[in-house]
Design a protein around this ligand. Sequence first.
Ligand SMILES: Cc1cc2nc3c(=O)[nH]c(=O)nc-3n(C[C@H](O)[C@H](O)[C@H](O)COP(=O)(O)O)c2cc1C
Length: 453
Amino acid sequence: MTDKKRQLALAVFLTRHGHHPGAWRQPNSANTGKPDFRYWADLVRTAERGKLDAAFFADFVGQSGDSTKGIARRHAFLDFEPLTATAALASITSHIGLVATVNTNFEQPYALARRFASLDHISGGRIGWNIVSSLEGGAAKSFGVDQPPSHAERYARAHEYLAVVKALWDSWDDDAFEDADRETGVYRKADAVHPVHHDGEYFHLDSVLDMPRPIQGYPVFAQAGNSEVGRDFAARHAEMIYAAAQFIEDAQAFYADVKARVVAHGRAPDTLKVMPGLSFTIARSLQEAQDKFGELEEAVDFSGDLNLMGQDVSAYPLDGPLPDLPEPENGKGRWKQLTALAKRENLTIRQLFLRFNAVRGHRVVLGTPVDIADQIQDWFERGAADGFNLIPPLLPSSLEDFVDLVVPELQRRGIFRTEYEGTTLRQHLNLPRPFNPNSKSAAPEKPTLETAA
Ligand SMILES: Cc1cc2nc3c(=O)[nH]c(=O)nc-3n(C[C@H](O)[C@H](O)[C@H](O)COP(=O)(O)O)c2cc1C
């Protein structure tokens, strides 16, 4: 045990313009829909300058075919395929973790296990996987899924997917290629390979991964489940869980719930970092920050179709209450949060859109760097968060403000690193390196950071 203070984990959720729907129309945002790798490279370098644990890349497929009337006026979530971008970003950075989203509904586990293993070696052990199993209509059609499986079935498939990719990563001992000997002509240890024979409900394979075991053993697993089955999946597999909560009581309840589930699965509670989203606007005074955020809100376009967390509400008056609507198949947890907020504060559809949708249900903090650091520290110390998934409303400026003004304040308080101490994402997050169960050496009783690569 060291007497070092518990450290915050900080990831940043990067999007092209920033998360606020009013962002793309601001003069200082990237207002073009054309992909621009240099812009992404600058964002990730800024995050690394701030010593953040990771940059996070979401992925939502199958939305481009939407031709409803409002769509041409909305910024789109179209950008680089995350694994491709991550490979390029790994080569221009040295420490920051890179977390890429990949959906378990579409791809065979072998192909993905190989790509993640490659990325982990390319990046020197800095890769994370945000495991999603959502299936929107457009995504199903893009991949020729005619009969979309239910929510429960998608999670069942994801469980089996995880078992298969882990077995593939474990199909080589960590030291399989360490003793190549020119003299004797032995290239690798003969008994270091452990073929996978899997005959399951969703996948069938006999295979050995065409790539040595990842530097981190497995990529760091991130997940964002909110439903019962989603939280349980996270408790079994995830090491970071992204959450969305606007009020501390909700965040504390979520934190206590998922930590209890982690323990029930036989894991140490700190092997899953709970990371609620945090939208922030920083200025010299609260008033100035409110004015800055207000500029984003004024730029939101309410013409055309209006969608509240996946539900079309265009048929109802914008300045009237939210009617009773059936719970959606995707995003049940967030729908519950949204309807609770509508009731609690008696909000109109327009107000709900600005309060919830515009920040996708995440906590919003406005103020000076000290105010923002106070609010971060408050949740961190009161059982609501192990860290935050930063949701910059406007890019690149919100991230630059955070790195230049809030990070130094957190460092002064001793709750955030001043330098990277390790080189892998697991080391940044103080997560154990997964032991290879096929390995002939005995499993460490309690894996520690020292066992990490
Ligand atoms: C911060 C955050 C990021 C997310 N990123 C993605 C994403 O990139 N792709 C995706 O399909 N779903 C994404 N989701 C949705 C979740 O994967 C999940 O489907 C959702 O939270 C609903 O939980 P449930 O599946 O347990 O009902 C994200 C959720 C959150 C809170």
